[in-house]
Design a protein around this ligand. Sequence first.
Ligand code: HEM
Length: 222
Amino acid sequence: MKGFYSRKLHSLLGVIPLSLFFLEHLVTNFTAVEGGTEGFYKAVAFLNGLPLVIVIEATLIWLPLFFHGVYGLYIAYQAKPNVGRYGNERNWRYTLQRISGVITFVFVIWHVWETRVQIALGNVTHEEIGGVIHDAVTNPITFAIYMISVVAASYHFANGLWSFLVSWGITVGPRAQRVSSYVCMSLFGIVSIMFIASLFAFRSIDFQVATSMIDAVKSVLI
Ligand code: HEM
């Protein structure tokens, strides 16, 4: 029983609210593909216009992310891959779940520092944040880091969902687990493609122009 409730809480938080946040974030970023700068800034303005946005962020994103990330690292270090018991494919997925978790953990710290923390420190505004992402994805090194990290986070999300369904007794038999595996791995493909498409959309010159226009207005005003 040792650690049973912490593990259950870790698993539950991975789906509610973190997977929901992950999907919301995916859709917000994808507005850059569908609606360009205008679509993206409209989505950002909508989210930041929500009442008590800071309370929503703290309770539905930061606290669950902190617990899930730190306890997840503890689980990853205790991991005992077991080829004999689970067979090759499951064993690989078990290992990849932990590797993708560690990559996502490191990425999220860096990414939140570059985006949300800089907004909180007043170094950049919500209206300029697309320009920050534009700079990151037009630099080959940070672009590669983004590509690897969004694929890792997408795998961690989709395979985590599959393992959540098993561990909460929702998919019990081998057939149910096989079907949910197809569904979750298809989800992995779709989500990865949507994130990668968003990264390419932020490479558009329009996002740079948006920041330069803000800089130009500022230089006239200040
Ligand atoms: C295409 C890839 C991505 C882009 C373009 C992107 C962009 C952004 C932007 C612009 C913000 C600041 C939003 C604002 O406050 O105005 C942000 C925040 C954040 N991102 Fe991402 N992101 C991407 C992928 C990810 C992934 C894969 C994760 C992993 C879960 C992630 C986790 C977060 C978190 C936790 C925050 C802080 C949320 C908040 O406090 O409101 N991002 N991202």
